[in-house]
Design a protein around this ligand. Sequence first.
Ligand code: ATP
Ligand code: MG
Length: 231
Amino acid sequence: MLEPLNDEHLSFYVRQITRAQEEERLRIARDLHDSTIQSLVAISHDLERFLAETGQCDMPTVRFLLKLDDQIKTVLKEVRNFSQNLRPSIIDHLGLLPSIEYLVAELRKKYQIAGTICIIGNPCRFQPEVEINLFRIAQEALQNIVRHSHATTAKVLMEFASEKISITIVDDGIGMPDLPQSSTGFLKQGKLGLAGMAERVRLLQGSIRMTSEAGKGTTITIILNKAGHVV
Ligand SMILES: Nc1ncnc2c1ncn2[C@@H]1O[C@H](COP(=O)(O)OP(=O)(O)OP(=O)(O)O)[C@@H](O)[C@H]1O
Ligand SMILES: [Mg+2]
């Protein structure tokens, strides 16, 4: 008979899924970039060359082909956005800090939430796996603010101390009553985003604390030792 899943099994399982999900996202983003996006660009170029070189088409046909080209460009933009969200290239090229600044700027531009970021200390770069995990944690927390909090302001505080880094994300939204403090607690309540955040922090051997009160917003703090993580 199969053993029932205990908390340790559950969290091992979530950790494995978190890793596999990141690898899968990277693979899909690369495939989209290397094949789908390149094919769409090639089709659009062919169409433009055909329109420029042929003098034989009647106006309705030309109009139809121009419309088709527009549609291909719209799909291209959508696929680029999709691929960008799967694995933001900014994280690979510029690193954690600009990527989080970018997420905060999006809060202001796209969602009219007054997002601010405050950096204390000397920013440093972390190992790629550490940066992507910290980025995903911040991304999930900020996405939750957009989707669930009804907040008007969101603040990100990143503090680079000599041995530790801490990231605090605060919103002034509706809050979450009865918030569990462990990933298995989140899992049992079906809160997979919060469980994923907690497991990513565990993967990095850091700590996470979430405090929230109904009507008084939510604060999430992640603390990580720099040792072994900094490049
Ligand atoms: N900042 C927040 N303010 C208020 N409620 C929140 C906040 N963050 C999360 N919640 C509540 O906690 C629930 C669980 O969040 P979680 O991120 O685990 O799942 P989700 O966002 O609903 O789905 P997903 O799996 O796509 O992340 C949300 O549905 C929401 O009710
Ligand atoms: Mg979520």
